[in-house]
Each structure stands twice: as C-alpha cells, then as structure tokens.
Design a protein around this ligand. Structure first.
Ligand code: NAG
Ligand code: NAG
Length: 311
C-alpha cells in the first residue's frame, strides 16, 4: 500500500497535477523544509528503453520559498528510472538490475522506488501562501499620479495559492507624513561650540504629485524670549540663521557619525522676510522611503528648529 503510494507519486503523476499541500498549522509562515517546486525532467526527456526501469532521467526542482527567506532542505537534483513498467516476454529479463517487479495500481512495475528523504520537513501551505517582499520601488504613473508596489506569490506552483493583493496603489506619496523630533541630539552645536534649545517642530507639508515636502521654519523670530535678534549676534561672524538640527537616518552614510547635524539654510536677512515662515524642502526617496533634506541630500529621520541660548 505504502509502496503503491510512493510509486504513484513518483511515476504516475510526476509531470501532471502537483498535489496541493495540506494547510499549515495556524501561525506557521515557513514550513519546515521550505516549499519545493515539483520535480521536472531536465535536459533530454527521451527514455531510451521501453521497460524494466533500465534507464534514468535527470530531474531538478527548485526552492519556491527561498526568496521569502524560507529555506528548503533536501536535494535539488536526482536521477529517476523511466519506463518502469515490467518488460514482457520475449525480453531477456523483466527488470533491469537492481529492480524487481512490484505491483502498482494493478500493473507490474520495476521497483522498489526510492523514497524521498523527508525527515525534519513538514511541507504545508501557510494560510496566506508565501509572498515575496513588496518591491522596494514604488513607481509613479504620471497619468494618474499613483504610486505602486507589487509582490509575487511564490508558493502557487506548489498548489498553495496566496491570499491578498499582488499590487498596491496609492495616491499618497509613500514617504512618512511626519518625522520625529531631534530631541535625542546633544544640545550643543559642535561646529560653533554654542548651546542650543530644541524649539519648533512643524509637520511636513507633503505634495503628493511630486513626492516633495516643505517644512516651514520660523523666520520672523524677533522675540527676545527665543533668542530673538541674538540668534544672529551670538553666532559672531557666522551669519546663517535660523538653524535646524537634523537627526539623520541610521542608514545615512554621509554626514556626522553622531547623526545630528546643525544646518543654517538661511541668512539673517531671510529672517526679516515679510512672511513669517521660511520653507526648507525635502524629497522622498522612493526606494528607501526616506526623506532627503534637499540642501545636502542626506536622509533624515527627524528635525527641529533651534534657538541659540543667549549670552
Ligand atoms: C489506477 O489505474 C486506473 C486505470 O488505469 C486509473 O484510472 C487510476 O487513476 C489509477 N490509480 C492510481 C492510484 O494510479
Ligand atoms: C512639487 O510640486 C509643488 C507644488 O506644485 C511645487 O511647488 C514644487 O516646486 C514641486 N517640486 C519639484 C521638485 O518639482
């Protein structure tokens, strides 16, 4: 009975419908042993002998779940006998060495058929199937102004369909709508050795159509309570205020190693603009989904406008 089952699996159906996997226990996302493709003949599909398991064909399979970080165990190639049906008289022998006749589904075949080693593996189909990661690249469809990401169902060829969408579209620019504050930064501007206070943290104003953002800095800062005109004076010959402290992303390879950088994108004259606010600009990196501070091209995770301590 057992041999029958193995024989059936290996020889009757090997290039036909791949038996669907049983469902995994809930919570299992990567079955033990991974999910393999079915075995497929590689190279020559012609079996040079008509009967008796006298020849072999080369089979390969590949790990379907590998791209989802779910490794497969077991061989990727094997030789399997072809035309396994027992030879009829007047053939010299019924089966080629080392095979002997076995009854499979009422027909004499030449076996036994090697059993695949499956110890330690529990192939099964996780509830949602196995998806690739979403593509990193959103891309913009200019006509509709949409951002798109896609993923692929890896487990489908093993009879384990995926549930959920393969494409996700959105009108919103996919970078975060808000950034952190830079409160974790040391409150001294190392370039000037001057103390500062973390002050304003205005939200980004995102333009979805081109995935850019602005952050309005206080430019009309003439109140003494916030350092006022001293913001220029205390900096001596350094004329650039207002100042911004940027908390760089951990993945940023440029800039200071402590990830805190004080920048002065405007000069003192800009402070006197009739408008109250002075915008700094950011551009979304669609691959990393991080905002780039346009003045340096660095990836930022947070920011605050500063005021310098007077004195
Ligand atoms: C056995 O053979 C019959 C007739 O050829 C076929 O319909 C059936 O699917 C076979 N069953 C198995 C388990 O091979
Ligand atoms: C993005 O769009 C906004 C609003 O239309 C515009 O002000 C800004 O200049 C654009 N930025 C770029 C880089 O095209």
């Amino acid at each position: 009975m057992f041999l029958r089952a193995i024989g059936y699996l290996l020889f009757c159906c090997i290039s036909r419908v791949f038996t669907a996997l049983p469902a995994c226990a809930s919570g299992v996302t990567c079955p033990k042993g991974g999910i393999w493709s079915e075995w497929k003949i590689s190279g020559d599909t012609y079996c040079p002998t008509k009967c008796g398991s006298c020849s072999k064909l080369f089979y390969v399979r590949h790990c379907l779940s590998e791209d989802a970080k779910c490794k497969c165990t077991g061989p990727t190639t094997q030789y399997l006998p072809c035309n396994t049906v027992a030879c009829q008289f007047p053939a010299q022998r019924t089966c080629c060495v080392p095979f002997v006749t076995v009854l499979v589904n009422g027909t004499m075949h030449c076996g036994p058929f090697s059993k695949e080693k499956t110890e330690g593996t529990e192939p099964c189909c996780p509830g949602a199937g196995i998806w690739t990661e979403w593509t990193e690249h959103f891309y913009k469809n200019d006509a509709r102004g949409t951002y798109q990401k896609t993923r692929q169902c890896l487990s489908a060829p093993a009879g384990c369909p995926c549930t959920g969408a393969a494409v996700q579209e959105q009108i919103q620019c996919p970078c975060p709508r808000t950034l952190k504050t830079a409160e974790s930064c040391m409150q001294i501007d190392t370039s000037l050795n001057v103390d500062y206070k973390i002050r304003w943290h205005r939200d980004l104003i995102v333009t979805d159509m081109n995935c850019t953002a602005i952050m309005e800095m206080e430019s009309n800062d003439d109140q003494m309570t916030y350092g006022g005109p001293k913001m220029c004076k205390t900096l001596g010959p350094y004329i650039y205020v207002p100042a911004l402290v940027l908390l760089l992303s951990a993945s940023e390879t440029q800039g200071p190693s402590n990830k805190c950088y004080v920048d002065r994108p405007f000069d003192c004259e800009a402070r006197r603009r009739p408008e109250n606010f002075q915008p700094v600009t950011f551009t979304c990196d669609l691959e990393k989904l991080l905002w780039k501070y346009d003045y340096h091209g660095w990836y930022v995770e947070g920011y605050n406008q500063l005021s310098f301590n007077s004195g």
